[in-house]
Ligand binder design. Structure first.
Ligand code: CP
Ligand code: NVA
Length: 310
């Protein structure tokens, strides 16, 4: 099955069947990639990786994944190009489309990613914006399926800020039949307009529960992320106080299901949103999540970027 979209900007842009196609290819390729037996279906293809924010996982996993497909990558920071200042996004999109076969971008504004997608003839992949982090959450869904067989009917509880990762989880809840609970202080839940928009595109089983102890009851997955995202460094201290009661610690985990998974997109601020005991403990699958970024993104690229088989 082919994906109906040129770009990977948001989980919500895809049907459940299309998302299952990506997950199935990911499952098929993962063992082959681990044994270095993957067929190089994309020889000579080049991925431009544009970063306006720092990264460990996204950068390395994309660069490794395109090499595993037989291609190569270019690492471009905000010191180059000057999208929107030196040159209009649509010109950048047109020019890059003449050089490379795909573009991965991590930036602030989702609108910029959408503008590039509109004008580029090659696939644009969202490697995180202030609004969304779709590759992360699809990789996380793959991780849950690996550990629990399916995500259907599971209760996923996100403790912390209603941020880019949380919004991508809500988008995923509009496509997969799991229940999604966000536990955040008032004012830090996912904004009502975004929730309404998602509800207009599906029927997510979504609740905001302010009290984290109530929220984690019966959780199959407890997920957390930093309290201040990249770009919010100036409010980090204030948020530390506001989110103090939202730490994922052993006491909170003891209220979840006995076989509950602990997940975190990383980087983690140990001692803030999660204790060492939890992130290093028996429930934690954080390094599986990190590894699976490579596998899910390779599947996304294999399906979207023109190669020998597509
Ligand atoms: N989880 C994640 O996207 O990590 P990086 O910020 O290191 O890419
Ligand atoms: N919410 C975090 C995710 C990092 C992968 C951030 O945007 O900084």
């Amino acid at each position: 099955m082919k994906l109906n979209r040129k770009d990977f900007l948001s989980i919500r842009d895809f049907s459940r069947d299309e998302l299952e196609t990506i997950l199935a290819l990911c499952e098929k390729q993962k063992p082959l990639a681990r044994e270095h037996r993957l067929e190089p279906t994309h020889p000579g293809r080049v991925l431009a990786c544009i970063f306006h924010k720092p990264s460990l996982r996204t950068r390395i996993s994309f660069e490794v994944a395109i090499r595993q497909l037989g291609g190569s990558s270019l690492y471009i920071t905000d010191r180059e190009i000057g999208i929107g200042s030196r040159e209009a996004p649509k010109d950048v999109a047109n020019v890059l489309s003449r050089y490379v076969d795909g573009i991965m971008i991590r930036t602030f504004d989702q609108g910029l990613v959408e503008a590039l997608a509109e004008h580029a003839t090659v696939p644009i992949i969202n490697g995180l914006t202030d609004l969304l982090h779709p590759c992360q959450v699809l990789g996380d869904i793959f991780t849950i399926i690996e550990h629990r067989g399916s995500i259907d009917g599971k209760k996923i509880v996100f403790i912390g800020d209603g941020n880019n990762v949380a919004r991508s989880w809500l988008n995923a809840a509009a496509r997969f039949p799991f229940s999604f609970v966000l536990s955040a202080p008032a004012g830090y839940e996912i904004d009502a307009s975004f929730v309404e928009e998602v509800q207009g595109h599906g029927s997510p089983d979504y609740r905001w529960i302010q009290d984290p102890l109530e929220a984690v009851t019966g959780a199959d997955v407890v997920y957390t992320d930093v309290w201040a995202s990249m770009g919010q460094e100036d409010v980090k201290e204030a948020r530390g106080r506001i989110f103090a009661g939202y730490q994922v610690n052993e006491q909170l985990m003891s209220r979840a299901n006995g076989d509950c998974l602990f997940m975190h997109c990383l980087p983690a601020h140990r001692g803030d949103e999660v204790t060492d005991g939890v992130i290093d403990g028996p429930h934690s699958v954080v390094f599986d999540e990190a590894e699976n970024r490579t596998h899910i993104q390779r599947a996304i690229m294999a399906l979207l970027i023109q190669g020998e088989n597509n």
